[in-house]
Design a protein around this ligand. Structure first.
Ligand code: PMP
Length: 396
């Protein structure tokens, strides 16, 4: 029956990881993986997560409700919108536990496909590769909007605004809440305000992908600025949240879809429909990761400890940005590397050409994505000198 099924290509990111694993050179460096690493190059269990994990009580293996752990959902909603959000006060929000950020995007896409008047979704060029795949599977029509300007290695703000203006009215616009993946380029707060003006004029609907809150700057409110600003401006929106990075819970698949609607009745109706989408997709979510997060978010002292963990991670990334930048410059870089300091979050969009990337890998055993994206977490005090040399060599 399935004799004619064609072999699909491997996932680009996982393919780089496999090539890294197969390399036997001791100097090899993995800058492709989208996960935090310590200065020793190892994964990090957040101390607050480890502490809570040891105290989880009454754990049986009963089903969670379709929409997940209610304490978790309330905590995640507050995290995205801010506890004092007008939308929460007016009881016009709902939040549903999801299979991490990817699961939230998938259910959000299906919801939009089923219920929104427009099937058009605007997606930045470039964006996280999975966005396009997810939206395509939900039968949405993807329309790219300009975002990254190669000449400045920064934001193409005029291009973005022009494309939002030119798009059909009532389109959904996918916005990276902070730490844009793969570019590390975010609008300023003033630019967010202008984006909101255009989106309001056009009746566009914001779909936020929030995968790096707190992980980017260490400050949870700063990293949620765009979401909270849009809600203050009276927008309805969907927010896809991931606990992979900011809680280090990558394989626990803890995420959330928080929705802001215009009325309490709409919030109740949307919740009921989201539950139907979940029920027919995977019935109900897993417990463990969400239980850890629920404990942390509902306890003031643990919350503070977690913020310290966030500062540890974001602080190390910022320090690696500075140190790698300085080392490349000190070794006689022939081009400007200030974008390494300006871009934010886990990734630097280096501007390295595919040929330079190829040389880094084949000659220097440095593994990164073909588009030149590097994960700053792969940089550490042991490999930084070697890496800076390699980058200077291939860009001479
Ligand atoms: N959105 C973006 C922009 C991401 O970078 C990621 C993680 N790579 C995700 C969503 C989803 O990750 P997860 O499913 O692990 O939460």
């Amino acid at each position: 029956t399935f004799d004619n099924v064609e072999q699909a290509p491997p996932d680009a990111i996982f393919a780089v990881l496999n090539a890294f694993k197969a390399d036997t050179d001791s100097r090899k460096i993995n800058l492709s993986v989208g996960a935090y690493r310590t200065d020793e190059g190892t994964p990090w269990v957040l101390p607050t997560v480890a502490k809570v994990e040891g105290t989880l009580k009454n754990v049986n293996h009963e089903y969670l409700p379709i929409d997940g752990n209610p304490v978790y959902n309330a905590g995640m909603r507050d995290l995205a919108l801010g506890k004092d959000s007008i939308a929460i006060k007016e009881e016009r929000t709902c939040a549903v536990q999801m299979l991490s950020g990817t699961g939230a995007l998938r259910i959000a896409a299906e919801f939009i496909s089923k219920f929104h008047q427009s099937k058009t979704i605007l997606v930045s060029t470039p964006t996280w590769g999975n966005h396009n795949a997810i939206f395509k599977r939900a039968n949405l029509d993807i329309l790219p909007y300009r975002y990254y300007k190669a000449e400045t290695r920064g934001l193409d703000f005029e291009g973005m605004i022009a494309d939002l203006e030119a798009a059909p009215e009532h389109s959904t616009v996918l916005l990276h809440a902070c730490a844009h993946n793969p570019t590390g380029v975010d609008p300023t707060n003033e630019q967010w305000a202008q984006i909101a003006v255009v989106m309001k004029q056009k009746g566009h609907f914001p779909l936020f992908d929030c995968a790096y809150q707190g992980f980017m700057s260490g400050n949870l409110a700063d990293d949620a600025f765009a979401i909270r600003y849009f809600v203050e401006q009276g927008f309805e929106c969907l927010v896809c949240q991931s606990c992979s990075k900011n809680f280090g819970l990558y394989n626990e698949r803890a995420g959330c879809l928080t929705a802001v609607l215009s009325t309490k009745e709409a919030a109740a109706a949307v919740l009921s429909q989201l539950k139907i989408l979940v029920r027919s997709s995977y019935s109900n979510p897993p417990n463990h990761g969400a239980a850890i997060v629920a404990n942390i978010l509902s306890d003031a002292s643990l919350y503070k400890d977690w913020e310290d963990d966030l500062n540890t991670m974001s602080g190390r990334i910022l320090s690696m940005r500075q140190q790698l930048h300085d080392a490349i410059v000190a070794k006689g870089a022939t081009q400007d590397w200030s974008h390494m300091l300006k871009q934010r979050g886990m990734f630097t969009f280096t501007g390295l050409t595919p040929a330079q990337v190829e040389r880094l890998t084949s000659e220097f055993h440095v593994y990164l994505l073909k588009n030149g994206r590097i994960n700053m977490c792969g940089v550490n005090s042991h490999n930084i000198d070697y890496l800076a040399n390699a980058i200077v060599e291939v860009t001479k």
